[in-house]
Design a protein around this ligand. Structure first.
Ligand SMILES: [Zn+2]
Length: 236
């Protein structure tokens, strides 16, 4: 009886510890150490998070969450980095390559997002149309979603789109048609090339694309710094 009581107490303690973990309040299967992350990569190399600046020649980044220029008003990321799982990064590289003949390229606003960011976003903005619920995590936490637009390669100028990035409005929706013709064309151009290379739209945000089979990639909460340190270790 005493043993059962001890076991019972230990179980209660373990459960309450999990519930109190502010980094994972819903007890999801999240790799939140480099050890766990590297074990996943060892088992399936496709789950490796790849630095887009290395994988995509000439890619433009404007990582809004590393600046104050985002809906939270404060920087969420400690460095302006963009990582995606290997096949997702490869598909984007193919897109950049095929856009070149049009004199265009991609500009990435957000890619892999550590899970802690999703928890924070939800605290700031409680509408799951535009912010993922921390109960399930975001496809960005899986390194299989990207927020992006198109730019003129020569000038870096963005093509005009229906709204700014992260404009939480009806105008951001793919079904919003009350727009000038050239803006509709630009949105359709981005959609066409993304779909050709295996991405699917998110109806409410013209800038957000999920990769095919996105939910099969694991949820992560490792920082950009940890990923960069791991990369430099590999390079030396
Ligand atoms: Zn997104």
């Amino acid at each position: 009886m005493k043993q059962i009581l001890i076991l019972f107490t230990a179980t209660i303690l373990m459960v309450s510890c999990h519930q109190n973990d502010p980094r994972n309040p819903y007890n999801l299967p999240i790799a939140n150490t480099m050890k766990a992350y590297l074990a996943q990569v060892e088992e399936d190399p496709n789950t490796e998070l790849i630095d887009l600046e290395e994988a995509i020649p000439g890619v433009a980044l404007y990582i809004a969450y590393a600046t104050e220029d985002n809906f939270t008003g404060v920087p969420i990321y400690t460095s302006p980095k963009a990582y995606l799982c290997r096949p997702v990064a490869q598909a984007l590289a193919a897109i950049q390559d095929s856009l070149q003949s049009l004199g265009l390229g991609i500009k990435v606003f957000d890619a892999y997002r550590p899970y802690a960011g999703t928890v924070y976003f939800y605290e700031v903005y409680h509408d799951t149309t535009f912010v993922a619920s921390p109960r399930t995590g975001s496809i960005h936490n899986r390194g299989a979603a990207v927020d992006l637009t198109l730019i003129q390669l020569e000038t870096g100028e963005e093509l005009e789109m229906p709204t700014r990035f992260d404009s939480f409005s009806d105008t951001a929706s793919h079904s919003f048609m009350d727009l000038p013709e050239h803006i509709l064309e630009n949105r359709a151009l981005l959609r066409g090339i993304m779909e050709t290379f295996g991405f699917t739209i998110y109806e409410h945000e013209w800038w957000h694309y999920n990769f095919t089979g996105a939910r099969s990639f694991p949820l992560r909460d490792v920082s950009f710094e940890e990923l960069a340190t791991n990369q430099s270790r590999k390079d030396t």
